[in-house]
Design a protein around this ligand. Structure first.
Ligand code: GDP
Ligand code: IMO
Ligand code: MG
Length: 421
């Protein structure tokens, strides 16, 4: 029996999961998303083009790969239909390549309004959500009120929709929030019609059938480990399990069937939205990372907060996911730094700790170790041996601290700008 390999982010999202999945897809028959929804923005660069995927797995552009949207995902039909239209415009036969779990939940127009109203009401303590309705949709899932993709095929789908919408309108009365969903609702039902072109499947049966038949599967994570609903920087997190455990519940894969876990991290660190970020830089160095790394959100366009690599957080994420292989992204962004810093511990209330504290508002001072920068352009390097010694020292230190080897290194956004060791 084949095992399911996993690609997931080890930081606060946007590590480069889309690129890595696209690069690895030729080694797999099936690519499956297991959680999250259109809060994700996964960028792919090839042949001079750029695509940003939100709900569709990042294997969609490769011939022969089956792409599955798993039961753990939440779907906004407007965003998914728009995404599919853009991919089809490139000549890709999406209908033959994409299947959707009947158990995936739908994001209603009123979920988006509830997200926005809740954020507005929170004021300064807002999560900084992507406003895609993710939190409210997952709340209805766990509250056992949600609408699922399979429900689209039921004769009373409209009544179910109206019932849930009525509940939301009632909930919205608690907020002093002005909204108008009429246009979005029209687009939403048009999106539902578009989805009817696709195969709605019991994806857990399909996935386990593939496992039994030795078909290779890659599970694609969204967001990052530090945004996990249980183990992230709560409450500044997303509403799903972004960790490897999410593959089991979000696709129906037994824990014993998990294979390699590819943990992706940037050579530095970013975060978009509110919440703790111990190594965040507020100076010109942070601005330099943002500009050189083009750190602006793929989904919302918001500037990403930038800072040094945080090994305390990275080690936590490696442990929680059982990472077997590390993948370091955006190494080229550090090309022009004389000194590169890495957090190896935290100081909280005068005490040194080496774990992420429970208190999300703790006053954390990172303890840094400094490295000499390589100060040269590594974008054209294609063999590990050709990297400058300073770069190799940086990688070796990360491997030593995490106990996991860095198997892939990315030196640019394009498919080709990738070194596999
Ligand atoms: P994801 O959400 O994890 O898929 O990541 P995003 O697509 O949101 O953000 C990663 C950004 O970095 C995208 O714009 C990618 O095109 C870009 N990118 C990925 N790998 C590299 C790299 O090695 N170097 C540079 N400079 N950019 C990269
Ligand atoms: P990808 O898959 C980065 C962040 C939001 C916010 C918090 C909650 O592209 O890495 P939500 O809309 O989920 O309720 O927002 O999570 N967030 C992400 N940050 N990358 C993402 O996805 C994210 N998805 C959600 O900014 O802080
Ligand atoms: Mg992203």
């Amino acid at each position: 029996m084949k095992k399911v390999d996993v690609v997931l982010g080890l930081q606060w999202g946007d590590e480069g999961k889309g690129k890595v999945v696209d690069v690895l897809t030729p080694n797999y028959n099936v690519i499956a998303r297991f959680q999250g929804g259109p809060n994700a923005g996964h960028s792919l660069h090839f042949g001079g083009d750029k695509f940003v995927l939100h709900t569709v797995p990042s294997g969609i552009f490769r011939d022969g790969a089956v792409n599955i949207i798993g039961n753990g995902v939440v779907i906004d039909p407007v965003i998914l239909a728009d995404e599919i239209a853009q991919i089809e415009a490139k000549g890709v036969d999406v209908v033959s390549r994409l299947t959707i779990s009947k158990r995936a939940h739908l994001i209603l127009p009123t979920h988006r309004v509830l997200d926005a109203a809740s954020e507005a009401a929170k004021g300064k303590t807002k999560i900084g959500s992507t406003l895609k309705g993710i939190g409210p949709a997952y709340m209805d899932k766990t509250g056992r009120n949600g609408l699922r993709v399979g429900d689209i095929l039921l004769p009373d789908f409209m009544e179910r929709y109206e019932q849930l919408k009525t509940k939301h309108l009632f909930q919205l009365r608690q907020y002093d929030y002005v909204y108008d969903i009429d246009n979005y609702e029209k687009e939403w039902f048009a999106g539902i019609e578009q989805l009817r072109r696709f195969r709605f499947v019991d994806s857990e049966m399909v996935v386990n059938g593939y496992i039994a038949d030795d078909v290779s599967i890659l599970a694609e994570g969204a967001q990052g480990s530090l945004l996990d609903i249980d183990f992230g920087t709560y409450p500044y997190v997303t509403s799903s399990n972004t960790l490897c455990a999410g593959v089991c519940t979000g696709l129906g894969v037994a824990p014993t069937r998990i294979g390699n876990v590819y943990g992706i991290f940037k050579a530095y660190c970013t975060r978009v939205g509110s919440g703790p970020f111990p190594t965040e830089l507020f100076d010109s160095t942070g601005e330099c990372l943002r500009q050189v790394g083009n750190e602006f959100g793929a989904t919302t366009g918001r500037p990403r907060r930038c800072g040094w690599l945080d090994l305390v957080a990275l080690k936590y994420a490696v442990t929680m996911n059982g990472v077997t292989d590390l993948i370091m992204m955006k190494s080229d962004v550090l090309n022009d730094f004389d000194t590169i810093k890495v957090a190896v511990g935290y100081e909280v209330n005068g005490e040194r700790i080496d774990y992420f504290p429970y208190e999300s508002d703790a006053d954390i001072t990172p303890i840094y170790r400094e490295f000499e920068g390589w100060n040269c352009d590594i974008c054209n390097v294609r063999n590990y041996d050709d990297f400058p010694q300073q770069f190799k020292d940086y990688v070796a230190f990360i491997e030593q601290e995490t106990g996991v080897s860095v198997k892939i290194i990315s030196v640019g956004p394009d498919r080709e700008e990738t070194i596999v060791r």
